[in-house]
Design a binder for this molecule. Sequence first.
Ligand SMILES: C[S@@+](CC[C@H](N)C(=O)[O-])C[C@H]1O[C@@H](n2cnc3c(N)ncnc32)[C@H](O)[C@@H]1O
Length: 156
Amino acid sequence: MKITLLAVGTRMPRWVDEAYTDYAKRFGRDITLELKEIKPEKRGGGVTPEKGIAAEHSRLLAAIPPRARLIVLDERGRAYTSVQLADSMKRWLAEGEDLCIVIGGADGLSPELKSRADLLLQLSAMTLPHGMVRVMLAEQLYRAVSILNNHPYHRE
Ligand SMILES: C[S@@+](CC[C@H](N)C(=O)[O-])C[C@H]1O[C@@H](n2cnc3c(N)ncnc32)[C@H](O)[C@@H]1O
């Protein structure tokens, strides 16, 4: 299974890059995690948050791999336990599906993209900075893979 992570934002703080890479490199050959950063639209000079989100929406649409199951990260989305995420990944693996997971930028994502998602996923009921979401998501994906592999990383 190929997991493509589309994240609006470039030039993340070093702690984000280091923590993300630390988890991303743990994935094996059966499940791969690839990060694609989407250039954020610069705000100001007539570019309102709405116009910025619309420009980022077009870039995201162009980057979504065809036929991949679309998961959009959103604080108003559905809450999963780590075991529930692992169960879903097991099903998607069995169905031979690739995943595309989207993280928005500072102003969030377009309503169109959210309504197109196969799953709107919440990591917490609180609003998190997008760099931290990148790290938390990579950790939870790795945890889900560990659960599927009966690896002792995950303990109840
Ligand atoms: C700083 S947040 C944007 C906040 C924006 N006000 C909104 O309504 O989405 C940047 C991105 O991080 C992700 N995000 C932030 N908090 C999250 C949470 N608790 N659960 C899942 N994703 C979250 C979402 O993809 C969001 O678009």
